[in-house]
Design a binder for this molecule. Structure first.
Ligand code: F6P
Length: 361
């Protein structure tokens, strides 16, 4: 039977990672398992290894603290995916090094806390026979095969609070304020926070926008007495007639996200010079920092315990997943096959539209 378990988190941090780590260790220790936490993501599994023993004492009092006690990196030798791009084959020598190192420290199963990229890497190791259970983590909520990833709810709360604050100052000054939010190639954070925070317009990657229609919408609002507007823009939003910028990262090019709200503001100024007083707020990593909210803490703890249950059952190559009010397991291979996108017929988008929120198309 498996006795020693490795825990690793990869990719960007989210607020409730420590809550997952603590619930794995607490529930597993009671069942006689031992734990090693790998530091700095997959880097900790590769040479020179970076790891520490985790026990009940070392995870005490961390569940409400944001970030991750293990640290993390979202690039490096073990990168399997760049954004929504194709899966990279991790070099065989790197995979073999990781497998051998896990054996060297006596780790018989690995719980991998990660999003699309981290779990795509985990899958390649699982194909070499390493026993892996995945836990779905990302503020973007874009992992397929689960209703929700942990971190998403807290990010939505943070953006909603920012929108409440921006509404009052936008109204005082009769300004149009743009708020750019994270989410990579999906609009989950934008749509949910936009609906909760009363956005007048929401722009998301799934619904390409038209600059002229945006100007028309703002004009119409002004004519009917609404001089102030708050617009939520997902960082991956793009106009109907495409605009994709890329940046060099290492030896490859990645789609560069961030800054689309500035581009939109410039374009509005070109199409309607001086008609609107425009301002921009890019929330950036504020969305990932600080303490997790109550919903995320609960979900993280449920995922942590469910991951331990999966290890105990020998349910390897699987990811724990929220389906309705149950945590089930699904193949990691299924979960990373495609991104989960916002659909225009979803309840959230339809509700927003019926209230009068404009999606830029
Ligand atoms: O995937 C999570 C995420 O926060 C995205 O929403 C965002 O585009 C990206 O990570 C930012 O990455 P980094 O931490 O490398 O700036």
């Amino acid at each position: 039977m498996v006795k020693k378990i490795g825990i690793l988190n990869g990719g960007g941090d989210v607020q409730p990672i420590n809550a997952v780590i603590a619930s794995i260790v607490k529930s597993g220790s009671k069942r006689g398992f031992e734990f090693i936490g790998f530091e700095r993501s997959w880097e900790g599994v590769l040479n020179p290894m970076l790891y520490r023993t985790l026990d009940q004492k070392s995870v005490r009092g961390i569940s409400h603290v944001g970030g991750t006690i293990l640290g993390t990196v979202n690039r490096g030798r073990f990168s399997a995916k760049k954004g929504a791009g194709e899966v990279n084959k991790i070099p065989d020598d790197v995979l073999q090094e990781a497998k051998a190192n896990l054996e060297k420290v006596g780790v018989e199963a690995l719980i991998v806390i990660g999003g699309d990229g981290t779990l795509s890497g985990a899958l390649q190791l699982a194909e070499l026979g390493v026993k892996i259970v995945g836990v779905p983590k990302t503020i973007d909520n874009d992992l397929d095969s689960t209703d929700k990833t942990f971190g998403f709810s807290t990010a939505v709360d943070i953006v909603t609070e920012a929108l409440d604050r921006l509404h009052t100052t936008a109204t005082s000054h009769d300004r149009v304020i743009f708020v750019e939010v994270m989410g990579r190639n999906t609009g989950w954070i934008a749509v949910n926070s936009g609906l909760a925070g009363g956005a007048d317009m929401i722009l998301i990657p799934e619904i390409p926008f038209d600059y002229n229609k945006i100007v028309e919408f703002l004009r119409k609002r002004k004519e009917t007495g609404y001089r102030a507007s708050v617009v939520v823009v997902a960082e991956g939003a793009a106009p109907k007639k495409g605009l994709v910028t890329s940046m060099k990262v290492g030896d490859t090019f990645e789609v560069k996200l961030g800054g689309i709200s500035n581009t939109i503001i410039q374009k509005i100024e070109e199409l309607a010079p001086g008609e609107f007083e425009l301002r921009n707020t890019i929330l950036g990593h504020i969305q990932r920092g600080g303490s997790p909210n109550a919903e995320d803490r609960i979900l993280a703890k449920e995922y942590g315990v469910a991951a331990m249950d999966a290890v105990e059952r020998g349910d390897f190559g699987m990811m724990v997943s929220l389906k309705g009010d149950q945590i089930v397991t699904v193949p990691i291979a299924e979960a990373v096959k495609k991104l989960k996108l916002v659909t225009t017929d979803s309840l959230t988008v339809q509700t927003a539209k019926k209230i009068g929120v404009f999606f830029g198309d």
